[in-house]
Design a protein around this ligand. Structure first.
Ligand SMILES: [Zn+2]
Length: 184
């Protein structure tokens, strides 16, 4: 696929928010005063926009794909990751909390509890590795706002919670499914 009238412009390296590849290209478009630039990914051909401060849209979704997830968990995990790529950090955190609560209930936690309750449930039941307890304390500190409060989240909060979720999902769904079958 090629774009109509694509131009040769100053080369730039970036990570494509669509395909995730680190790319370098000099193909794209710019506006009249050169403040806004669109680069075309040489891998997937999709356009990435840069403003005058080099802010990138779409940004990069943090975290890695996790295999063997139930479809609804995969959808919400990827939705949380994509939220970060469009600067929707609070939405990303809320999606991760929903995800972790769902995972805990699937692992037989009692329904209708708080997010922190579920994080502690996962830790107490061996789903968090022994050296990952610091994570649990950190998430408890971050996530214990009262239900009537809206606490806006920063990018670090969202990225941290996504990597915690990635670790748990790999541990609970991906690794057990990739155990080699032992032949007797
Ligand atoms: Zn791409």
């Amino acid at each position: 696929m090629a774009w109509h009238s694509e131009m040769q412009i100053a080369s730039r390296q970036f990570q494509c928010g669509f395909c995730g590849n680190k790319v370098a290209t000099d193909k794209g478009f710019f506006n009249k005063d050169g403040k806004y630039i669109v680069y075309l990914c040489p891998h997937c051909q999709k356009p990435t926009f840069f403003d005058e401060r080099a802010n990138q849209t779409p940004g990069i979704a943090p975290g890695k794909d996790v295999g063997h997830l139930p479809p609804e968990l995969e959808a919400i995990y990827n939705e949380a990751r994509r939220c970060v790529s469009v600067c929707a950090y609070t939405a990303a955190v809320l999606a991760c909390r929903k995800l972790l609560m769902h995972v805990a209930v699937q692992q037989k936690a009692e329904a209708g509890k708080t997010f922190i309750h579920y994080v502690e449930f996962l830790a107490d039941n061996g789903y968090v590795p022994p050296n990952g307890k610091g994570w649990v304390d950190h998430i408890r500190k971050k996530g214990n706002e009262a239900t009537h409060e809206i606490v806006l989240m920063k990018i670090e909060d969202a990225v941290e919670l996504i990597s915690f979720s990635e670790m748990l999902l790999k541990f609970i769904y991906e690794f057990p499914a990739s155990v080699p079958i032992i032949q007797n």
